[in-house]
Write a protein that binds this ligand. Structure first.
Ligand code: FES
Length: 160
C-alpha cells in the first residue's frame, strides 16, 4: 500500500519545506516526520513518497537514509533504547548496564525483544557526560543510572 501522511503531518511537511531555501534541504526533517508516521522506520514506500514530494530521486533519498543511523531501515520495536558507550559512560558502568539490558530484553544490540516492544542500541556520546552513565529511551534522556534504575525503566517499557 502506498505511504501517505495524516492531515496533521501533511501540514507539518508543508511548514518544514517552507523553512528551507530549497526542497532538497528539507530532506532530513521530512524523513524524520515520515519515519514517525511509519511506526518508526523508513520503508521503500516512504522513500518513494519523500522523493516525489521533494522532487528528488529515490536514490538520493535512500543515500540519506542509509548514511544516518537515526533512520531505521527495517521495522523496530515500539520503543528504542540507546545505551551510551563513550568514555564517561564507559568509566561509570555503561558496560554493565548494556549487559543487563541484553539479559532483560533477551536480545543483543541491534535486535528487538521477542514481544516487539524494545529495540536495543548503543550510541556514541549523547552529550550528557556529566550525568553518566546514561541512556536515551525514545526521545528522553535517563541519567545517573544504576542497574536497579535500568530495571525499573525496562519494566515500564515491557509492561506498557
Ligand atoms: S560519554 Fe555518555 S553522554 Fe558523553
Amino acid at each position: 500500500m502506498a505511504f501517505a501522511l495524516s492531515a496533521e503531518r501533511e501540514r507539518e511537511l508543508e511548514e518544514i519545506v517552507a523553512r528551507y531555501p530549497n526542497k532538497m534541504a528539507a530532506c532530513i526533517p521530512v524523513l524524520h516526520l515520515c519515519q514517525e508516521q511509519n511506526q518508526n522506520w523508513v520503508s521503500d514506500e516512504v522513500i518513494t513518497f519523500v522523493a516525489h514530494r521533494l522532487d528528488l530521486s529515490p536514490a538520493h533519498v535512500k543515500g540519506v537514509v542509509t548514511f544516518y543511523t537515526l533512520f531505521n531501515q527495517k521495522p523496530v520495536g515500539k520503543h528504542q533504547v540507546w545505551v551510551c558507550q563513550t568514555l564517561s559512560c564507559a568509566l561509570r558502568g555503561a558496560g554493565e548496564i548494556l549487559s543487563h539490558c541484553e539479559k532483560r530484553l533477551g536480545c543483543h544490540v541491534g535486535e528487538t525483544s521477542k514481544d516487539g516492544k524494545v529495540t536495543l542500541r548503543t550510541a556514541e556520546c549523547l552529550a550528557s557526560c556529566g550525568t553518566a552513565p546514561m541512556m536515551q529511551i525514545d526521545k528522553k534522556y535517563y541519567e545517573n543510572l544504576s542497574v536497579p534504575e535500568v530495571d525499573r525503566l525496562l519494566d515500564g517499557l515491557l509492561k506498557g
